[in-house]
Each structure stands twice: as C-alpha cells, then as structure tokens.
Design a protein around this ligand. Structure first.
Ligand code: SF4
Ligand code: SF4
Length: 420
C-alpha cells in the first residue's frame, strides 16, 4: 500500500497490521539544487569534442570526460548550472540543469554549441540521439522539512526563494512532504542504504549513499536542520517529465525531483514508524532574519488542513497587461488568460499572491507555534501564534503520485526490492 493509504487507515482508527501490507511506498518531491548528469552525446558534423574549447547544451556548459572512437562523447552536466542570458527564444533566462534534463525527457530538440580552434559549431540534437544519460542527485537534509519565517522589519530576499519572505512573522514558507517522506517512515534506516532500489522520477534507480552524520544537516540562514541526506542515481530513459524541471528563482539554480522508496513492514517497530502522522511530525520554524530557530510547528496544518493542489477559475481573469501570475510562476505553468499546465505546476502557491483577479485559489493553511516550545523564541513570536503559509517548496501531491506509481509497479511485478 502507499504511505497515504497507511496513514489514512491510522487516522480512521484502523491501523494496518502485518497481514495488510508487505511494502509501503513512501516518497518526497523536493526542490533541490543538487542534480547533475552524465550523458553520452552523439558526434556533430564539423565539431571534434577532442579539442573543443567549449561545449554547451541549450546554453548549459558541459565538460567532456571521454571521446569515443565513433566521435560521440561522454559529458558531465554540473548540478545547478545556469545558462547565461541568451537571445534564443527557446531558452529563457535562468534556464538551469533541471530544465535541460526535463526537456530531454520530454523529447525536445536540444541546441548544441561546440567551440574549437576554427570557431563555434552550432547544431541541433534530438533526445533519441543521446546514447545514454544518467542523473545523480543529492536531496539534502533541509528538504526533510522546516518552515522559514522573517522576524525583521522588511521583506527578505534570498537567492533560493522565488518571492520575498514577508516581515514581522506575517507569513511562512515550508519545505517537506511530512508523513509520507521516506525518512519519517524509516527513521533508523533499517531498509534504506547504499544500493537500495528506488524510483527516481518514475524509473528504477538506486540510493548511492545516505549521509547520516553531522555534515548531512541542511543549513538555513546558519540554522542546522537535522536528518539524513539522500544521494540517488538513475538512468534517464523513460523518466517522467512531470516530476522534473527547473524553477525560476533569483539564482535560477533550483530543480524538482521525486523519489519513492518501498519500506518493508518487518515487525512492530516498522508498524510504529509507519503509523506516525502529519500532526505528530515536528516542523522546525526558523527566523531567516535572525538566523535562529524560534519554535516548532507540525505538518498537520501544512498537509492535513490545507489543499494539495491549485483550483483555477479562468472566468475571473482580468487580462491584465503582462500577466504577473504567468511571469512570476517559478515553473512557467500559468497560461495567459487563466489556466495552469498541471504537469508543470508544483502547487507552490505563488500565483495566489501575484494574480489580482483571484483566478487561482488554494487553501495553503497556517502553521501554529506549538505550546511548550521555548527554545530560541524571540520577541514578536509567541506560543500558539498562527502564521499563514504563503509558499510551499515541496509538492505532496506529486509525492503521492509517485507512491501510487511505485505501488502499481510492485503489484504488476515491475518493481521488487531484490530482482531487476
Ligand atoms: S495575472 Fe491573473 S488576472 Fe491577470 S492576466 Fe494573469 S491570470 Fe489573468
Ligand atoms: S501553484 Fe501557481 S505559481 Fe506555483 S507552480 Fe503552480 S501555477 Fe505556478
């Protein structure tokens, strides 16, 4: 069963027993900057990768590591690479590694540019011509969850955020998929380790490393957020584009990834861990202005008392010049005239704040600073205080989708923890 099915049964007072499930599919869909790729690209007429001085795909710099006898080359695409501002209409500003990998998964043609001693060769290659491609990603501990607030007097801007964070604790930005996250359901890492088979963006991949030491802790404004980080790798063939792609932030370096893990139901300890629900999972609240943890909330308000996806009412569209909702959507998911490309939308909520016509609606909930949390509480924030969530940087809806996909693959015999 999926983690969502397991948790819903717990909430209904009918917690599953051993006989009810062998494996529970858990997942996260995170916004990260650590996605890189190794590809073997085809030879291009007029260019020789052996002595090229520059090489880019859709403006993203690549590094050749090996040139084969047939002229093809193995290249690396660095994590968080961003194309320089370009004149090409197909490559927008702040186009990043995540965008390139999604375009390849979508089968779009790719502009290749190879610089050499005789000048620059530009051509088009098609994804089906790419001989092999494999992505690697590190989902840092920060993605396991925290809420960012701002106790300062002015809105805060940060290269990783795609809208300023309101002053005076007026709003919160949240990370983390809560109760369905793999680390929540296997906190002692009994079933996850290097070599464990997983799903990455809908295809079978592997965990390459779990960093569970101090160095794995994510850092927000100097505040450490605990928990392991997860390194994964998978062949890009047949990856599902809706789980992929970049985000337009100030730095332009953020990408989306969805990873699912099948947690075996081993014993009563497994059942206990799998029975933890959103309301029981602490959500550290961090004041980005003063770099201090100001309290704990929980995931109940983030995912149980809120909508998972956006509603659209095109009849409200004011056809305002430039469509601010469209130009500020970090996923380029807004359609002019009031609409959303669902395969791109990550339900972040930004369009709620940027569309004057109220075309978009979604209850994003509020976090509550929990009673009893004294640590680091600063002036202006009090226990019991409610702070509206303005932006979500994890996509629970998408994470639940990949849990479902994994469950179906298990049922159809397409995925097992032990066989290929
Ligand atoms: S911002 Fe909203 S109201 Fe204005 S054009 Fe875009 S969708 Fe329509
Ligand atoms: S919620 Fe709105 S702003 Fe966010 S990705 Fe979806 S359409 Fe874009």
């Amino acid at each position: 069963m999926t983690a969502a099915e397991f948790k819903n049964a717990v909430r209904e007072g009918k917690p599953p027993a051993f006989k009810d499930a062998d494996l529970v599919t858990c997942a996260t869909c995170a916004v990260i900057s650590g996605i890189s790729a190794v590809m073997t690209i085809p030879a291009v007429a007029g260019a020789d990768y052996r002595d090229c001085t520059s090489l880019s795909l859709n403006g993203i710099e690549c590094s050749p590591v090996k040139v084969n006898d047939d002229g093809s080359a193995e290249v690396t695409v660095e994590a968080a690479a961003v194309s320089p501002d370009r004149t090409s209409e197909t490559i927008p500003k702040n186009y990043c590694t995540g965008d390139l990998l999604r375009d390849i998964a979508e089968g779009k043609e790719i502009e290749i540019s190879v610089g050499g001693k005789d000048g620059v060769v530009e051509d088009i290659i098609f994804p089906e011509d790419i001989i092999s491609a494999r992505i690697s990603a590190c989902i840092g501990a920060g993605e396991n969850g925290c809420a960012l607030v701002n106790g300062g007097e002015n809105p805060l801007k940060n290269g990783h955020l795609f809208q300023p964070l309101g002053a005076d604790f007026s709003e919160a930005f949240v990370y983390g998929c809560g109760e369905i996250s793999p680390f929540v359901n296997d906190p002692d890492l009994r079933s996850m380790g290097a070599g464990t088979k997983i799903l990455v963006n809908g295809v079978i991949g592997t965990i390459t490393a779990i960093n569970n030491g101090v160095e794995s802790e994510g850092v927000f404004a100097g505040v450490k957020v605990g928990g392991p980080s997860l390194s994964v790798s998978a062949d890009m063939k047949d990856m599902m584009p809706e789980f992929m792609g970049g985000l337009t932030s100030k730095s332009g370096r953020e990408s989306v990834i969805a990873v699912a893990v099948a947690i075996p139901v081993l014993d009563s300890e497994s059942i206990k861990a799998l029975s933890v629900t959103d309301k029981e999972i602490p959500l550290p609240v961090i004041d980005l202005d003063k770099s201090v943890k100001v309290g704990d909330a929980d995931y109940g308000a983030v995912w149980q008392d809120a909508d998972r996806s956006i509603e659209v009412n095109p009849l409200n569209c004011l056809y305002c010049g430039g469509c601010p909702a469209g130009s500020l959507c970090p996923r380029k998911a807004v359609i002019l005239g009031g609409g959303v490309i669902q395969s791109r939308c990550i339900s972040c909520g930004r369009c709620l704040n940027t569309c004057p016509g109220e075309v978009y609606s979604m209850n994003t909930g509020s976090i509550t600073i929990k009673e009893g949390c004294k640590e680091g509480i600063t002036e202006g924030i009090t226990e019991g205080m409610s702070i509206p969530i303005k932006l979500r940087l994890s996509d629970r809806r998408r994470a639940e989708e990949i849990c479902e996909i994994m469950k179906e693959m298990i049922e159809d015999g397409e995925f097992s923890l032990t066989e290929n």
